[in-house]
Design a binder for this molecule. Structure first.
Ligand code: GLA
Length: 398
């Protein structure tokens, strides 16, 4: 647990903070607000493993959700979202799930989850701003949840326990918003360290910082594609994993999650499983080994090996878990064809959104420009790319 002191502005675009403060003054007047930020994240490997009690390797990106906020004397929440040019108001005493799935529900859901824990805090006037692309698989929602948690906690004088707050963010999303996500996104947004990825064991919550070695840059590439039905497809995948666990318990009653299943056991059980359920498990079991293998490869500076693991992960997500899409397949193919690219894969839940590549340091600008030009020649969507400079997790700013 850390005292609730101001943190570093390192990595946060000063223009973003100025815009949030200016918007706050226009919307809510003086005095000046305080600032809370939380980064978005990119997952390097270990996709759809978190809710199987497995391993993941996310990393904060250099983009964040920024809240300019001021505590109120009552329990009203008055919130303005810059991206949606919208101001909404509600009473924090009246929250009950299910809420909606719009931007305000992520803030309200966190207030609901904090209240459920018996924590007390006042209402806020708040402006929500940020430079994490929305709905692109870079955890814009988890970063909003954690920035909101930081603001409510500071306003209420509550101690900041990053892991506890990550779990509360997940609870808000599971119960209030109704998205059955695992813990990876909230954990990364809360706990990240500057310059490092995090190897997280989603069962024990043991975490190990994994620096990206010199000579390599993590590049995020946005397909521009967004899929409206991603939530229900995600919940279907979770249900298939639970069905696999039920089936595998017949062979070994000690199995609690796919994390407990070896490749040999899965092979043995394969004929007894429903074909679709089998396919899903055939992704999860090997994918769960990759975060530790990739962490070891990065620590040893073996970028070739790290890149091959990313390519294998993508193929498995495309062919077995079936959560890729033509745009993600094309973008990752184009990335791999570029000189200096060690490997590329889709990242996040899938069905659109972003891909991630590991690229030789000196080649990054040429890489991004070439991949984007080739992609735009074939796909008419608002695509983009940026190099990641991971910032620290959710914090208040001085
Ligand atoms: C989303 C969820 C995470 C995780 C990923 C897939 O980002 O929020 O919990 O399951 O998808 O790895």
């Amino acid at each position: 647990m850390t005292p609730d002191l101001g943190g570093s502005r390192q990595g946060v675009d000063p223009a973003l903070l100025q815009r949030a403060e200016r918007r706050f003054a226009e919307e809510f007047g003086a005095p000046r607000p305080r600032l809370a930020v939380a980064p978005g994240r990119v997952n390097l490997i270990g996709e759809h493993t978190d809710y199987n009690d497995g391993f993941v390797l996310p990393m904060a990106i250099g983009r964040c959700t920024a809240l300019a906020y001021r505590p109120r004397a009552d329990r009203r929440l008055r919130a303005h979202a810059v991206a949606f040019r919208e101001t909404r108001e509600l009473d924090l005493a009246d929250l009950a799930p299910p809420g909606g799935s719009d931007w305000l529900s992520y803030v309200a859901g966190v207030a609901w989850a904090l209240t459920e824990e018996g924590l007390e805090f006042p209402g806020l006037d708040v402006v929500v701003d940020g430079d994490v692309p929305i709905g692109a698989g870079l955890s814009s929602s988890a970063s909003l949840e954690l920035a909101a948690a930081r603001a409510f906690a500071a306003a209420g004088g509550l101690p900041w326990d990053a892991v506890r707050m990550a779990k509360l963010g997940q609870k808000a999303e599971n119960r209030y918003v109704g998205m059955n996500c695992g813990l990876m996104d909230q954990f990364a947004c809360a706990v990240s360290r500057e310059g490092c990825a995090l190897l997280l064991d989603c069962r024990s919550l043991a975490v190990e910082p994994v620096p990206v070695p010199p000579g390599a840059t993590v590049v995020v590439m946005d397909t521009g594609a967004r899929r409206a039905l991603a939530g229900s497809a995600y919940n279907d995948r979770r249900a298939a994993c639970e069905a696999a666990v039920e089936g595998l318990k017949a062979l070994d009653p000690g199995i609690r999650a796919l994390r407990d299943v070896s490749a040999e056991l899965l092979q043995r059980a394969a004929p007894t499983l429903d074909p679709m359920v089998r396919k899903r498990a055939l992704h999860v079991v090997p994918e769960n080994l990759r975060p530790r293998e990739m962490a070891a490869a990065l620590s040893a500076g073996d970028l070739g090996r790290a890149g091959r693991l990313m390519n294998d992960s993508h193929a498995s997500l495309r062919d077995l878990y079936e959560v890729s899409c033509p745009e993600l397949d094309l973008l990752t193919d184009l990335a791999r064809a570029q000189p200096g690219c060690y490997g590329a894969r889709m990242t996040g839940a899938g069905f659109g959104g972003c891909a991630v590549a590991l690229v030789q340091e000196g080649d990054v600008a040429a890489f991004g420009a070439a991949v984007l030009a080739a992609y735009r020649a074939q796909v008419d969507l608002k695509a983009g790319w940026f190099a990641c400079r991971p910032m620290a997790g959710a914090r208040l700013l001085d």
